[in-house]
Design a protein around this ligand. Structure first.
Ligand code: FAD
Ligand code: SIN
Length: 534
């Protein structure tokens, strides 16, 4: 790098790309990603992005639905801020070339955005691009970012750990990040005094997940190791409807399908959701996922069914072309037969503690997207609020980066650095993959949709044991991609299990068999975990 990096961005999903696009207006940007540029959860997003756009809707309604889904733990100020920004953000996305779906134009009136409906929303407010919303947003943002001369993009660069220093006030400041260049197999430091962490979620810590391979919680793990608090890690969202077919890899069946009239049925063909919630199939996600889980327990099958056969075939095909196509490749005509579905790990509501300006406990380190715990989602995220929160916090972080740029030194830092890892022979991939499988089995069997304290304790202990093994191996041996991964996954598993063990009540996504009710007297609060190094 010839000159100091003003803004360093880790991750090229919606959060990283939006920040890069904005920050490039006032400094140079380096953005890097551990796979290829579009490999992200963003690219898989189907349903859409929530925003109160219709004349029947209001910011107040959207705020209230978010608070209801969040089961008492959303930070009201953040929810107001994000939802208030939503219509402007949708316009910004349109302005950079995102092609959302519009309703058919009637007469001379300009066409309106087609607004979908999803669980927990009292109005139609899901702005979408058919059922490939994320891919369309990612495409437009990548185009923006590629067109800027002062943005440099690296693929196959994997962040290992943050480089920080401690000031006289005891507070840490970020200086850079250690990176494994996967193709050259070398480890290099990249320096910047402003870093956006936008590494996405943690779904890969479970056996079955809708998440892509990159979702291994690297950002949360790196930030925690460097001294940031993390919060509400117990609130892992299981999406109710992942496809349960061999070879389908838990392909997501969008909630928008239920918004369009799809009905969940059990083995007997019964539409069971009205027994669980007044909103039936459009109840918030935690309730639907638990209902499916309960129905499966009573059934001889390992899945429930999602039925759209009563809806017009042409409508289904044109509204959900991606889902129709994927199912058809797997031999299923969704317009004629119900789809086998199961819940799968989908979204991390917790993450790195982040304030309303995108700042963390480390000076100069900002976060946005699924890696961040901002208070937006509380104990259960409302459908399609994730892309919204990610882009809003990327915007807020970019504003913060702009504010702080003049106060930051613009020269190479003088640091005494110790390269991570050791000199020993790398641990074999087979051994590491076995450890990763153990983590996934432990989490899936013990920290799933319905939890019990003895099992949570067991999971916490097992995860800690693998984390200690990974930390020791990491220090002694040459670092490889899968060593980085197992070290991060083990820590994430430990943080989730610890958070879940500590919260002795049931709320939102955290359902504890021994304490099936919410306990506002003791637990109407966030569950923050402080790293030992602080
Ligand atoms: P991501 O988009 O996951 O991007 C993370 C980036 O970080 C990637 O580029 C990755 O390679 C990079 N990275 C990770 N670790 C490292 C590392 N160590 N070094 C370098 N780079 C790294 N939400 C909605 O609101 N609406 C939806 O319709 C919707 N549908 C979804 C469908 C699916 C199948 C899934 C999985 C999620 C869906 N979500 C949806 C959730 C939403 O897509 C994600 O929460 C959101 O896209 C996260 O964006 P992000 O930028 O934080 O992370
Ligand atoms: C979906 O399309 O069901 C996913 C929406 C989300 O995760 O918010």
């Amino acid at each position: 790098m010839d000159e100091p990096i003003d803004f360093l961005v880790i991750g090229s999903g919606i959060a990283g790309l939006w920040f890069a696009h904005r920050a490039a207006d006032f400094g140079n940007v380096v953005i890097f990603t551990k796979k290829d540029e579009a490999e992200s959860a963003t690219n898989l997003a189907q349903g859409g992005i929530a925003s109160p756009m219709s004349r029947y809707d209001s910011i107040e309604n959207h705020v209230n639905d978010t608070l209801t889904a969040g089961d008492g733990l959303c930070h009201r100020v953040i929810v107001r801020k994000v939802v208030g920004m939503a219509p402007g953000i949708i316009q910004d996305l349109i302005d950079i070339g995102v092609k959302f779906t519009y309703r058919r134009r009637s007469g001379r009136k300009p066409a309106d955005l087609d607004l979908g409906r999803e669980g927990g929303h009292s109005e139609r407010r899901i702005v979408h691009a058919a059922d490939l919303t994320g891919r369309e947003i990612e495409r437009a943002l990548l185009e923006q970012v590629r067109s800027r001369e002062n943005i440099t993009f690296f693929e196959n660069y994997r962040a290992i750990d943050l480089i920080t220093t401690r000031g006289l006030d005891g507070k840490r400041t970020v200086r850079g990040v250690w990176v494994l260049d996967d193709q050259q197999d070398t480890i290099i430091p990249l320096f910047s005094s402003c870093i956006l962490l936008a590494t996405g979620g943690t779904g890969r810590v479970y056996r079955y997940t809708t998440n892509p391979v990159i979702s291994t919680g690297d950002g949360v793990a790196m930030a925690y190791r460097a001294g940031c608090r993390v919060g509400n890690m117990e609130f892992v969202q299981f999406h109710p409807t992942a496809l349960a077919l061999p070879g389908a890899g838990r392909f997501l069946i969008s909630e928008a399908i239920r918004g369009a009239g799809g009905i969940l049925r059990n083995e007997k063909g019964e539409a069971f959701m009205p027994r669980y919630h007044r909103l039936a199939d459009l109840a918030p996600r935690d309730i639907v996922a638990r209902a499916i889980f309960a129905e499966i327990q009573e059934s001889s099958l390992d899945h429930a069914f999602l039925d759209v056969t009563h809806l017009k075939a042409n409508y289904i095909k044109s509204r959900f072309p991606n889902i129709t196509r994927r199912c058809s490749e797997l031999g299923l005509d969704i317009t004629r037969e119900p789809l086998p579905v199961v819940p799968a790990a989908h979204y991390m509501c917790g993450g790195v503690v982040t304030d309303a300006r995108g700042r963390t406990d480390i000076r100069g380190l900002l976060t946005a997207g699924e890696v961040a715990f901002t208070g937006m989602h509380g104990a259960n995220r409302l459908a399609s609020n994730s892309l919204l929160e990610a882009v809003c916090f990327a915007e807020l972080s970019a504003r913060e980066a702009r504010r702080s740029i003049s106060a930051r030194p613009r020269e190479w830092p003088l640091l005494r650095l110790r390269r991570p890892g050791g000199k020993g022979r790398p641990i074999s991939s087979r051994v590491i993959q076995r450890k990763i499988q153990q983590i996934r089995d432990t989490m899936s069997d013990n920290v799933g949709i319905v939890r019990e304290r003895p099992l949570l304790a067991k999971a916490r202990e097992k995860a800690a044991q693998i984390r200690r093994w990974a930390d020791a191996a990491f220090r002694k041996t040459r670092i490889t991609e899968d060593m980085i991964e197992v070290r991060n996954l083990a820590l994430i598993a430990e943080l989730i299990a610890t958070g879940a063990y500590r919260r002795v009540e049931s709320r939102g996504l955290h359902f504890l068999r021994e304490k099936p009710r919410r306990d506002d007297q003791h637990w109407h609060k966030d569950n923050l975990l402080k790293p030992r190094t602080r």
